[in-house]
Design a protein around this ligand. Structure first.
Ligand SMILES: Nc1nc2c(ncn2[C@@H]2O[C@H](COP(=O)(O)OP(=O)(O)OP(=O)(O)O)[C@@H](O)[C@H]2O)c(=O)[nH]1
Ligand SMILES: [Mg+2]
Length: 298
């Protein structure tokens, strides 16, 4: 019999690129499930981060941020986001604290107003604005759309995120847990490993090539001594980009390798032996066949 005090469901996180969706998923799960970066279009796949309480389970569904599409990869990312939203028990729309409501709402309206699906608005990055500036913004949001609540938060500092969790739980259906109660994500280990590597490439080469990089795991195997052996290929689009990643005297690739190895080792709690290759794959972001080979489900 269903416990009538237990609530569970999928909360889809939706928002413009760079608003802080993945940062929030990591903060609430307490694990680094989603990679983040100080540049747009970081998240490329839908992924679930599971937050468990005594009487609730929230499956936060992180999505690629909305932006103006420029190639097949962009179009695929945005299609993923809108597609994800139709299967949610609740929509969490994350917005900026310093942009006008009309500018933020735009193409979102029809995706946010779904019959029977509660909408919660989280105004993120409030650590960057004055408290006073939030009051008129909140009023404006209530005039534009009909959320069950608007919660100002900081996904970076954790400010007010307890309140956000309370509001979400109150608005989820009464249900049995959806995932096993010790599970934190739906992402396979090898995908998380490849994402950590991609994050470190972005972090170390920032401004120069965040969008052209894809990472493919070619070997992912625990050996007899319990060490995880990984061989990964970093794909870029031009020879010059390959040079940037290698860096002077190979310093850059060494740093990318050592930080990502450490991150994978911490996440999976084991020794990791990581080998990285870099290959030039011109135009992969505009070619559905090659995107499929790199793991995109299109
Ligand atoms: N100051 C501040 N920065 C934040 C906050 N939340 C996220 N950020 C920063 O904003 C940048 C983007 O964060 P992400 O979590 O990658 O944003 P996202 O919405 O997942 O972006 P996409 O995956 O591209 O859609 C990162 O540099 C974060 O550290 C916040 O509450 N305050
Ligand atoms: Mg993201």
């Amino acid at each position: 019999m269903t416990d009538i005090t237990y609530r569970a469901g999928f909360a889809g996180i939706l928002g413009w690129t760079n608003v802080g969706k993945s940062t929030l998923v990591n903060l609430l799960t307490g694990m680094k499930i989603a990679i983040t970066a100080d540049c747009p279009q970081t998240t490329r796949h839908r992924l679930v981060g599971i937050v468990q309480g005594d009487d609730y389970q929230i499956a936060f569904t992180d999505t690629p941020g909305i932006h103006n599409p420029r190639n097949e990869l962009s179009r695929h990312m945005i299609k993923t986001t809108w597609g994800t939203m139709v299967q949610m028990d609740l929509i969490l729309w994350m917005v900026f604290p310093d942009r006008p409501v009309v500018k933020q709402l735009q193409i979102f309206q029809s995706h946010l107003e779904q019959p029977g699906v509660p909408l919660v608005i989280a105004i993120n990055k409030i650590d960057t604005v004055s408290k006073e500036s939030l009051i008129p913004l909140i009023d404006e949001f209530y005039k534009a759309i009909n959320p069950v609540a608007i919660v100002p938060i900081s996904a970076r500092t954790g400010l007010n995120t307890d309140r956000l969790l309370d509001v979400i739980v109150e608005n989820l259906p009464v249900s049995e847990p959806i995932f096993p109660i010790d599970q934190v994500t739906d992402q396979p280990e090898r995908v998380i490993a490849s994402e950590y590597i991609r994050e470190q490439v972005i972090a170390h080469t920032f401004q120069e090539l965040p969008h052209v990089v894809a990472v493919d795991i070619e070997l992912f195997r625990y050996n007899d001594r319990g060490t995880l052996e990984i061989i990964a290929t970093i794909y870029v689009e031009k020879q010059s980009q390959k040079g940037i990643i290698i860096g002077a005297g190979g310093e850059m690739i060494k740093k990318i390798g050592s930080v990502s190895r450490q991150m994978i080792s911490t996440f999976l709690d084991c020794r990791v032996d990581l080998r990285l290759w870099i290959k030039v794959n011109p135009g992969w972001r505009s070619d559905p066949d090659r995107m499929r080979r790199l793991g995109f489900q299109i």
